[in-house]
Each structure stands twice: as C-alpha cells, then as structure tokens.
Design a protein around this ligand. Structure first.
Ligand code: G3P
Ligand code: CA
Length: 268
C-alpha cells in the first residue's frame, strides 16, 4: 500500500476498497470494511445516503431493497428504523460460497460509526450520492469530519478524499473547505474522451477524475495525467484489467477485491 505521505502522489497507484472488500462481504457493512483493512488497501470507499432525520449512512442505492430485507427509500426512514434492517442476509443468499453466519443480520453503519471503528489510522474515500436531493448532506459531512479532525490544519493530507458525480456538490465542499482533495466522477457510455477546457474546469476544484474503466484508453489516461490530474478507475475486479490500467498510468483503482489488487501491485 501507499505510504501516507504518498497518498496523493501522481506516482502511486491507490488500492481503494470499493464499498469495503465488497467481493468478500456484504457491501458497506463493518465486516466489509474490516476485511478491506485486513487486505491492506489504501482507502475504504464509502457511499453516503441520508436518513429522514439527517443521519449519514453508508449505502450505495437510494432505495434499501437491494441490500437489505426491507423496501423503500432511505430518505423515508429514520436512523432507528434503518438500524433494524438486515444488511447481510442478501449477500449470503447471493454468494453461498462466500456466505458467513456473521454476515446475517448485520446492520447498516452510519459514517460516524465507521470513523469511530477505524479511526485515524485508516483513510476514507467518501462519495456524496445525489447531494442535490439531500439538503444539508454536505454541511453534515464536513462537520463530522472536522469534529474527528480528519480535515483541517491538523489532518494528514489525503486522509479523506471526497468524490461525487455532482459537480455542484463538489463545488459546495470546495467552498466550505478548499483544502479537501476532491475527485470528479465521470461515467462514460462510450470511448472516454475529454477536452482541455473540461480538464481545466475540473482542475479549478478537484485533484483528479474517477472514471469507469471499461471505456478508458491509453490516450485518455495519458491526456488526463499530462494535464496534472489524478485518474482513479472504477470498479476493476479482474487482474488483467488492473495490470492494463496500471500500465497505462492510472493513479488509483477501486476494486471489490483489494487482495487481488495488492497481489498485482506487489508484482509491479
Ligand atoms: O465511486 C466510484 C464508483 O464507486 C462509482 O460508482 O456506482 O459504485 O458508486 P458506484
Ligand atoms: Ca462509489
């Protein structure tokens, strides 16, 4: 894994545990993050949704039905209600070969619980999901991170990265605290391309781009890197793809299997 001083270096390939080690354990649960930490990734990745009483929780979807035993939108539930949901049995049913009794009935963690569990020695790569739909989400996130001293003058550089598909959401973070490293997420449907003007605009507020890997090309990676932006590819689970992207020059990879990426990086 990267040295802490080197986390944001353009010469590092970050191992970012996507939703934790979500290939091995139910995504966005404490066991998933614990597994990621055991596999010595550089960051645990956390998607954020917000409950109707304003609590930030770790969940990818706006709807709870894929990853819990309940149905409905996160923003229609209170934290107390959400806490009673079973966020692990679905994984055991879907992945019998990876099922573990300990996963059943595991609960959805709040961001605060994750931070308290893993503390200042871990690094956090946090995604604000649809911040435009959650008034107050960004203020809540920043205040939580300040309280833990994960951002601000005493924080280690790169301890927290904030990512979003929402440029407005990233701009809002940047206005509240311009020192937080930001990644602009982009999802390409076809061969990835970007203009110099677009890259200059992103450089105004972000240190790099997070892009889906399937449509990346060697030329695109070089162009983004030459512009002085970092490039983190998501979500890469096959070793051959990891090797190819590293050869092209990406500076980070989101993976559900941080153990596989560690193995690839050890061989580089
Ligand atoms: O955050 C990078 C990647 O996780 C974006 O895709 O849908 O898995 O959040 P998604
Ligand atoms: Ca994400």
């Amino acid at each position: 894994d990267a040295n802490d001083e080197d986390l944001l270096s353009p010469n590092t390939v970050l191992n970012i545990a996507h939703r934790g080690a979500s290939g091995h354990a139910p995504e966005h649960t404490i066991p998933s993050y614990e597994t990621a930490e055991e596999m010595v990734g550089d960051y645990i990745e956390i998607d954020l949704q917000m409950t109707n009483d304003g609590e930030l929780i770790a969940m990818h979807d706006a709807d709870v039905s894929r990853t819990t035993n309940e149905e409905g939108l996160v923003h229609n539930f209170s934290l107390d209600e959400i806490k009673a949901f079973d966020a692990g049995t679905w994984f055991n049913e879907k992945n019998p070969e990876r099922a573990q009794p300990v996963f059943s009935n595991v609960s959805i963690p709040t961001l605060e619980e994750i931070i308290e569990r893993f503390g200042p020695d871990s690094n956090y790569y946090i995604e604000t999901k649809t911040p435009e739909k959650y008034p107050g989400m960004i203020e809540e996130l920043i205040s939580l991170l300040e309280k833990q001293q994960f951002i601000g003058p005493n924080a280690r550089k790169g301890k927290v990265i904030i990512q979003s598909f929402s440029e407005d959401g990233l701009q809002e973070v940047s206005q509240l605290d311009p020192s937080i490293p930001l990644i602009q997420l982009i999802s390409y449907n076809d061969t990835a391309s970007i203009t110099n003007d677009q890259m200059e605009e992103i450089k105004d507020y972000a240190i790099g781009i997070g892009a889906n890997y399937e449509h990346l090309t060697e030329e695109y990676v070089a162009k983004v890197r030459d512009a002085g932006l970092l490039l983190h590819a998501y979500t890469v689970n096959e070793e051959d793809d990891m090797k190819q992207l590293i050869e092209w020059g990406v500076t980070g990879i989101f993976t559900d299997y941080p153990d596989r990426l560690s193995g690839v990086l050890d061989g580089v």
